[in-house]
Write a protein that binds this ligand. Structure first.
Ligand SMILES: [Zn+2]
Length: 176
């Protein structure tokens, strides 16, 4: 089923932290929804070692009844383009840059440049979901069934359509 961002958030049950990128204009359409706590981060990048971000998520899970964290990437991302193509000397973004550049050699010549760029953003967001799921604070909530972490992409070049990418915990279903 295909949703635009508004339908998508209206169908979410319970309170959600939605991690939006700073230059994602689509977040203005959901910021007033009382169940959505919009949390911005540069290029959707959350390092599991970043204590400030994780502290806030921990607070929201304990005190605000948040049971889902959604990392909401977007295709029209100038920040990701900047980090990926021009690079940065800023130590803070080195991990983000590594995460993006590891896809560099996976360019598929059978699809267009813009489709390749979309594919890299999908892989990057998928990576971010896996990455923050490894944080020991969040892992406790994930393994006890109190938290779900999802990755979505907002197609802000096409009516804010939403693609659902992945959902964790998958690995906790009966395996752990
Ligand atoms: Zn962006």
């Amino acid at each position: 089923m295909e949703y635009n961002l508004n339908d998508y958030v209206n169908n979410i049950k319970g309170k959600v932290i939605m991690i939006c990128c700073n230059d994602c204009c689509a977040m203005s359409t959901i910021i007033h929804n009382e169940n959505i706590l919009v949390y911005t981060s540069f290029g959707n990048f959350i390092s599991p070692e970043n204590k400030e971000d994780i502290d806030f998520f921990d607070f929201c899970i304990k005190n605000e009844g948040v049971a889902t964290i959604i990392i909401a990437g977007h295709f029209n991302c100038k920040i990701i383009k900047h980090i990926w193509t021009n690079g940065t000397e800023n130590a803070k973004w080195i991990n983000m840059q590594k995460s993006l550049r590891k896809w560099e050699n996976e360019y598929d010549s059978t699809i267009s440049v813009s489709e390749n760029e979309k594919e890299i953003i999908r892989k990057y967001i998928f990576d971010q979901v896996n990455y923050i799921s490894q944080n020991s604070f969040l892992e406790r909530y994930l393994s006890s069934g109190k938290l779900i972490i999802k990755g979505i992409i907002i197609d802000d070049l096409n009516k804010n359509r939403v693609e659902e990418l992945c959902k964790i915990p998958i690995k906790y279903n009966g395996i752990k």
